[in-house]
Design a protein around this ligand. Structure first.
Ligand code: 5RP
Length: 232
């Protein structure tokens, strides 16, 4: 009689590796690929090294991703030197059932939105903990010009949100663009498009971490049962 085996439980890190590898199927040979930022994207970048001779290179959304890509011998292009990209691969802090996302946990939201906007398709790679019914569970990152910080925090307070300047080593974290991040808790973002449109217009806001205009068309979700593909 055979002994029943218990199902293997994958760690969050293993789920990230799985979706990072699965994203290779969306990379178009002969082209330049848009690359996001974060621990899940790092797995994708590592996997991308296996096909570096089949692509022209990448447009990167952060200094950290650029350094990782270059260390693996993948050429990085300035986004201004490239017209359109077929695909952009990036993670998310939250994604809902329509492909709307909250991003910016790695403070790279502005460049992520720029590269996403120049790409025809956004493929989100995430483990299943990121799937939510309504955006707002994860603190919403907003990149702001430092002198506007208190005013922006007050505007979020009027919406029931509590904003705090993200710190690093006891000082405000400075983004790749020389700005600060305000993380906002207590929000329920029921209309992501309207929310993104409104907050994007507040003076001093560089980028709000709601990605509704640049939402995902595909999400590769790492689950206990393997990689699940969601299309929106
Ligand atoms: C960085 C991001 C990341 O995509 C997001 O924070 C998810 O990161 P991770 O893959 O490490 O969970 O938006 O600004």
């Amino acid at each position: 009689m055979s002994t029943p085996t218990s199902p293997t439980v994958l760690t969050q890190d293993e789920l990230k590796t799985l979706v990072g590898q699965a994203a290779l199927q969306y990379v178009v040979p002969g082209e330049i690929v848009g690359v996001g930022t974060g621990s899940t994207v790092n797995k994708f970048i590592d996997a991308l090294a296996s096909m570096k001779d089949q692509i022209k290179g990448a447009v990167s959304s952060s200094v950290a991703s650029t350094e990782r890509l270059q260390a693996l011998g993948i050429k990085v292009f300035d986004s201004n030197a490239v017209d359109k990209l077929s695909v952009y691969i990036d993670g998310a802090d939250e994604i809902d059932g329509a492909g709307n996302m909250v991003k910016g946990g790695g403070a790279a939201l502005t460049r992520e939105k720029i590269v996403a906007a120049q790409s025809a398709k956004f493929v989100c790679i995430a483990d299943e903990s990121k799937l939510v019914q309504t955006l707002g569970k994860f603190p919403l990152p907003v990149e702001v010009i430092p002198m506007a910080t208190q005013r922006v925090i007050a505007q979020f307070a009027a919406k029931g949100g509590v904003g705090k300047v993200r710190q690093k080593d006891g000082k405000p974290l400075v983004t790749d663009n020389g700005q600060w991040i305000v993380d906002v808790t207590g929000l329920q973002i029921t209309d992501p498009l309207a929310f993104e449109a409104e907050v994007s217009q507040w003076p001093g806001v560089v980028t709000v971490g709601v990605f509704a205009y640049q939402r995902a068309q595909v999400c590769l979700l790492g689950t206990a049962g393997g990689v699940k593909t969601l299309t929106f």
